[in-house]
Design a protein around this ligand. Structure first.
Ligand code: PEP
Length: 250
């Protein structure tokens, strides 16, 4: 029996308006005592909805996270949001290093590293994303790429309590494609070995999420893979009807 409590997190990306708050309320309503006994649930809405959802989530036990933060606490950084501001909304976590940030905003491992430290500075859980591209997997480099990202993106202060790692193969995000269960098992096993070697018991306790086209119909088999401690869900997290069944796979 694993000491790691599963986490099913939803990444809403650039989706969600005021009208979407009702959908979040349905998710919170469905997170009943039976489900709470099995897994943590979290939604990461766009920054515009953080404060509202943090209030709606009160008493529901659904965690609220942001999708990115700036490394600095404040200053002349137009359009950016600091980890302190995220904490101020009532949110408790932030995703850093999502592949869409790495690709669209040229975020390097060093930047992700700084953002993870910013998250901890503000008392937030850092959900650090890693994952190879299709070209890298086809070249047989997936394990090496992810090892490199872990080495570069994870600060020395990472613990089981302040960090969650999400393995998200870029080619599986939003495509309906997923790695084989054997490939997921191999990657998660390799990541666990890396974390154990570097962080010891903290590495053993760190949760490793799989992300990339997780849906109600493949959740059970993916969440059943060794060293998969939950999921980071994009598209299927936008409605209660698709998100809750994923969590109920536990
Ligand atoms: C994601 O981008 O975090 C993700 C996993 O997206 P999807 O579930 O839509 O593939």
């Amino acid at each position: 029996m694993s000491m790691r409590r599963p986490l099913v997190a939803g990444n809403w990306k650039m989706n969600g308006l005021k009208a979407t708050v009702a959908e979040f309320a349905r998710i919170a309503e469905g997170y009943d005592a039976g489900l709470r006994a099995k897994a943590d649930l979290m939604i990461c809405p766009p920054a515009t909805l953080l404060s509202t959802l943090a209030v709606v989530a009160l008493g529901s036990h659904v965690g609220i996270g942001a999708q990115d933060c700036h490394a600095k606490a404040s200053g002349a950084h137009t359009g950016d949001i600091s980890a302190e501001m995220i904490a101020d909304t009532g949110a408790s976590a932030v995703i850093v290093g999502h592949s869409e940030r790495r690709a669209d905003h040229h975020e390097s491992d060093a930047m992700v590293h700084a953002k993870a430290e910013a998250a901890w500075r503000a008392g937030l859980l850092a959900v650090i994303c890693v994952g190879e591209t299709r070209t890298e997997r086809e070249a047989g480099a997936a394990l090496d790429v992810v090892r490199g990202q872990l080495a570069g993106s994870l600060p020395a202060g990472a613990t089981a309590a302040n960090t969650v790692i999400a393995y998200e193969p870029v080619w599986a995000i939003g495509t309906g494609l997923t790695p084989t269960l054997a490939d997921i098992a191999q990657m998660h096993g390799d990541m666990r070995a890396v974390l154990l070697a570097r962080f010891g018991a903290e590495g053993a306790g760190m949760r490793l999420l799989y992300g990339g086209s997780v849906k109600p119909d493949n959740a059970r088999e993916i969440l059943g893979v060794a060293d998969v401690d939950g999921a980071l869900v994009g598209g299927a997290s936008l409605t209660a009807d698709t998100f809750l069944p994923i969590a109920r796979a536990y």
